[in-house]
Design a protein around this ligand. Sequence first.
Ligand code: AMP
Length: 424
Amino acid sequence: MDTSVHENFHALGLSEALLGDLVKAGYTSPTPIQTQAIPPAMAGRDVIGCAQTGTGKTAAFVIPIIERLAVLPKGQPQALILAPTRELALQILATIEKLGAGRRISATAIMGGADMQAQVRGLRQRPDIIVATPGRLLDHMWNGTVNLAPIKILVLDEADRMLDMGFAPQINQILDALPEERQTLLFSATLPADLTRLVQASVNNPVKVMVTPSATTADGVSQALHHTTHDGKADLLVALLGQEQDTVLVFTRTKHRADKLGRVLDRVGHKVAVLHGDRSLSQRRAALEGFKRGTFRVLVATDIAARGIDVANIGHVINFDLPNSPEDYVHRIGRTARMKTTGRATSFVTAEDSLQLRAIEQLLGHAVPLAPGSASPSFNAHAPRGLQRSGRPAQGRPSGQRDRRYAGHGAPRGEQPVQRTPGN
Ligand code: AMP
C-alpha cells in the first residue's frame, strides 16, 4: 500500500479500509478543504464549508460520513445529502461508491427526471446514505416512500446554488421533516446574505472552514477575450476548434442556442455532445460519459447543466455567450484547470456585452486580456476604471469579493422546482 497516502491522510484519523479506497481512487494527500473540514466533521460538529467544485469538497463531506456511519448499526438511511442538480447528485453517489466500498457503505440517488419506481426499489434496499435533489425527495416524502426520521447527518451541498434555483421552500419542508438532533454540513461556493436564514435554520454552533480563492480551482487558467459579432460567433468557434486538439467545453446562454450550435459543429465534422436541462437524464448521462471518455471532444452546455461537471481533462472553456452573472463566469472557468492542472478560458464578446464584461472584470479585479489576433480598442473604454486590458493572457483566479449575490438569476426552465403542497 502507498505509505505516503497513509502519512498524509493518516493525520486525519481515517480507518485502514478507507485509506485503502483513497489509494485506489488515486488521492495522494488531502486538499485544503479536506484537511480543514474532515476532523471537525468526524468529531460530529456542524460545519460550514466555503468551497467550490474542484476543491475536493465532495470527499470532504463523504469521508467523514463514511467513517461515522461505518460504526453505527445498519438497516436504515442515516445520512441525507441534498444537491441542486442531477449531475451533481450522481457525482456524489459515484464518490460514495468509490470511497465507501471498504467500509461497506451503500447509497442511492433520488433525483428528478429518473424513474420513480426504480428509486423506490433503491430505497427499499435500505441504503446508508440518500443523495437527493430537493424536489424529487419531497415527492417521495409525500408518497410515503422515504422516511427521514432515522437521519443523523444532513449535507446541504452547493447551498447557494440551491437557493438560486428557487429550492428554499423545498429545503425548508425537508428540514422540518428531519430530526432536530442531527449533524449538518453545509457547503457553498459563496456565502451570500440570503444564505444566512438557511444557515440559522439548519446548523448549530458550526465550525467554519474556507478555502481561500488562491487555493481553489481556477489557478492556472489563462483567460482571454475575442471580440466578435452575434453572427460571427459560430465561424470564430469553428476556426478556434480547428486550431487545437484539446477537449473543449462551450457555454451558451440558452438551451435553444446550445442545440443550434451543436448542430452547426456536428455538420462541420466535430465530435460534439449537447448538455442542458431539457435533455432526458439518459441523454445527459450519454453526453457526459462520452465527453469523459473522449468520444466527444466538444461539449456544448448551459450553466445549470454544467454545474458540478467533474471532467478532469477539460483543456479549454469557451464562453460562446457571456454568462448572466459574473459569478457564473468564475464557475465556468473553474471547469478547466481542475486539481491544479492548467487550462484556458476564452470568452466571445459582442458590443452588447460591454456591461456584463464590466461586471465580470470588476468581480475578477482585473481586466481580461485580448486573445492574440483579437483587437477592438472601443472595448477598452468599458473596462472598469483603473483596470488595464493587455494582450497577455491573465493567469490565476480572481481575488476580491466572493460573497456577492447573483443578480436576478432565476431558475432556468427545466431545472425549476415545482412548488406543490401535500395533497395536491
Ligand atoms: P470536487 O471538488 O469534490 O468536485 O472534486 C474535484 C475532483 O478532485 C474530483 O475528481 C475528485 O475525485 C478529486 N479529488 C478530491 N479529493 C482529492 C484528493 N485528495 N486527491 C486527489 N484528487 C482528489
